[in-house]
Design a protein around this ligand. Structure first.
Ligand SMILES: C[S@@+](CC[C@H](N)C(=O)[O-])C[C@H]1O[C@@H](n2cnc3c(N)ncnc32)[C@H](O)[C@@H]1O
Length: 254
């Protein structure tokens, strides 16, 4: 049996844990009030112009397609490439109905080029992914390289370390609801204990913003969500470095 360290599962084992949880995933997140609304909020915070006409977007760690659907709503005319390392999660995504402009790719995000997927992208959404990566700094630099200069990365993620109230709510919700519900649905609580631990040990909101800046992003800021996940779920926004033709230097709030 895989041991779960104080930081959660070894990161190479995370996609396999999602394979096990894939079938129950949509049911479990559907019971979380705000899950889909919050993804839509983060997708809209990318501020993709013109409904995405002529633009390419990347959904990094798309899972069963919940974040892909949010991107599609925010930018219905964009080409969307949705990538995940879990075959089980992608099987659930494929079972849904999508327009031809959406393509799913089975590949660890770290090795995207091996799937023949290259930039530039006009926006990237990474929802509940960063916490699961072995080397978030290296991935942020890869994201910066995949984006057109000035284009925006939106990292939608739990971050509780900066708020004692957020930490207390997170721990109560995990042990009172998420871990028991995950066990009931899958008879395996590994993924849900990983979720609990990995959120507790992930960067606080200010540290994650500093991490974005250290990896070259400009105009970095974060916005939280309404409701009970206020100060628990955030959209972290940053623009890829480089000169934007005919634009002021990067400001993710543009
Ligand atoms: C919590 S789910 C989020 C799915 C979706 N973005 C959503 O918002 O519902 C995290 C996803 O990240 C994927 N993942 C974890 N590590 C990955 C990696 N290194 N490369 C690609 N996907 C990864 C998992 O397989 C899982 O589907």
């Amino acid at each position: 049996m895989t041991s779960i360290s104080s930081e959660g599962l070894p990161r190479a084992e995370v996609p396999r844990a999602f394979d096990v949880g894939a079938e129950a995933y949509d049911r479990l997140v559907g019971a979380n009030p705000g899950y889909h609304d919050h993804l839509r909020i983060s997708a809209h915070r990318l501020r993709v112009p013109n409904g995405g006409r002529g633009l390419r977007l990347l959904d990094a760690g798309c899972g069963t397609g919940a974040s892909t659907a949010a991107l599609l709503e925010a930018a219905p005319h964009a080409e969307i490439i949705a990538v995940d390392a879990s075959a089980g999660m992608l099987e659930q995504a494929h079972a849904k109905s999508w327009p031809d402009s959406v393509r799913f790719v089975h590949m660890p995000i770290e090795a995207l080029a091996e799937a023949g997927v290259h930039g530039p992208f006009d926006g990237i959404l990474a929802a509940y992914l960063m916490r699961n990566l072995a080397d978030p700094d290296a991935q942020l630099r890869r994201f910066a390289g995949l984006l057109r200069p000035g284009a925006t990365l939106a990292v939608h993620e739990y971050s509780v370390r900066d708020s004692a109230a957020a930490k207390a709510i997170w721990n109560a919700v995990c042990w009172g609801i998420i871990i028991p519900a995950g066990w009931r649905q899958t008879r395996d609580s590994k993924l849900y204990r990983h979720l609990w631990r990995s959120v507790n040990t992930f960067d606080g909101a200010s540290d994650f913003q500093r991490r974005l800046v250290a990896n070259g992003f400009t105009g970095v800021h974060s916005e939280t969500m309404p409701g009970w996940q206020r100060n628990i779920v955030h959209t972290f926004l940053g623009n890829a470095p480089g000169d934007v033709p005919g634009d002021a230097p990067g400001d993710a709030s543009r």
